[in-house]
Design a protein around this ligand. Structure first.
Ligand code: NHR
Ligand code: GAR
Length: 217
């Protein structure tokens, strides 16, 4: 079974969705969950599921390079096929990213290439877009610019705040992320730096769209 290591920084609701999918389908196995924040709530979710956890506190390191070198040692120890960022909030150095190129993915809370970086829901409201969403992408050295694996869209409603919009996007992330990871694990889609573009093997699922009438889930 394909194996994954998941990197988190916080709440871990996407982590929980990935755990639930692994339990239900056995499409991949979660070897470990690593957090850069010792108090991340997601660590408790992993422990409750019987998954090994590790903490690497970035505040104890002098540089991004030093943190990333130690993080790579930790990740390598778990010998996983895939490295998954699920709400991981530290920008990674090119050295780290290139070590896992083609098997390192992230979920970003916008329809990339729109709104890279942080505060994406506020950015979406300020830009006045009518569609917003989430993107699973391969991580490359340039932040939020790697090849897109899959996306999900929600309609932006007239009375949306960054918070209400974030909550609706998050519901969709929980369906999008396990599905994208499982597709990658099954080899339905892959990317190498050499090929330059994504290679798709067989039919992919249609993108997820949420109807305007659906304000909640
Ligand atoms: N690293 C690389 N090289 N490339 C990407 O595409 C990455 C990455 C690391 C993380 C996730 C990303 C997102 O989905 C991600 C993609 C953190 C920041 C950030 O500015 C930006 C984007 C993402 C994650 N972090 C601050 C920093 O100084 C810290 C913010 C905080 O701790 O709250 O690293 O949006
Ligand atoms: C998610 O919305 C994820 O897309 C986003 O943070 C949230 C994490 O929630 N990621 C980023 O913004 C990366 N910069 P979670 O911890 O409950 O999964």
């Amino acid at each position: 079974m394909p194996s994954v290591v998941i990197l988190i920084s916080g709440r871990g609701s996407n982590l929980q969705a990935l755990i639930d999918h692994a339990t239900e389908t056995s499409e991949y196995q979660i070897r470990a969950v690593i957090s850069n924040r010792p108090k991340a709530a997601g660590l408790d979710l992993a422990r409750a599921a019987g998954i090994e956890t590790a903490v690497l506190d970035h505040t104890l390191f002098d540089s991004r390079e030093a943190f990333d070198a130690e993080l790579a040692q930790l990740v390598d120890g778990f010998q996983a096929n895939w490295v998954v960022l699920a709400g991981f909030m530290r920008v990674l150095t090119a050295g780290f990213v290139n070590r896992y190129l083609g098997r390192l993915i992230n979920i970003h809370p916008s329809l990339l290439p729109a709104f890279p970086g942080l505060k994406t829901h506020q950015q979406a409201i300020e830009a006045g877009v009518r569609l917003h969403g989430a993107t699973v992408h391969f991580v490359t050295p340039e932040l939020d610019h790697g090849p897109i694996v899959d996306q999900a869209a929600v309609q932006v409603l007239p009375d949306d705040t960054a918070e209400t919009l974030a909550a609706r996007v998050l519901q969709l992330e929980h369906r999008l992320f396990p599905r994208a990871l499982a597709g990658l694990c099954a080899g339905r889609l892959n990317w190498t730096e050499a090929s330059g573009s994504l290679r798709v093997n067989g039919a992919l699922d249609a993108p997820l769209l949420i109807d305007i009438s659906n304000k909640g889930h």
